[in-house]
Write a protein that binds this ligand. Structure first.
Ligand SMILES: [Zn+2]
Length: 94
């Protein structure tokens, strides 16, 4: 089972993990901008309503500002949604 995005090497991932700019999707090591939560590939799997919560929070704060509990709750939902979407895709691929 390979859930890793093909867009980044492991070394890039390690370097970026220090800065916290790695896709939050489980098993993904893609580099992302500090403002983003996930790489493009995984972001597209996040339900629109959750995307809206996350993006509105991101654009109302600076990168350095701590994010709200609401943001992290939505982020957790996004991670879960991506995981189940990927599981579904793997089921369909069989
Ligand atoms: Zn990703």
């Amino acid at each position: 089972m390979n859930k890793t995005c093909p867009h980044a090497t492991q070394n890039d991932a390690e370097a970026d993990r220090i800065h916290g700019a790695i896709c939050y999707a489980i098993g993904c090591v893609c580099e992302i901008n500090a403002r983003d939560l996930m790489c493009q590939h995984h972001w597209e799997l996040v339900p629109l309503k959750i995307q809206q919560v996350l993006t509105s929070e991101v654009f109302s704060r600076s990168v350095d500002e701590p994010r709200s509990d609401e943001f992290w709750a939505a982020a957790q939902m996004a991670v879960d949604a991506v995981e189940s979407a990927e599981n579904q895709q793997q089921q369909e691929a069989k």
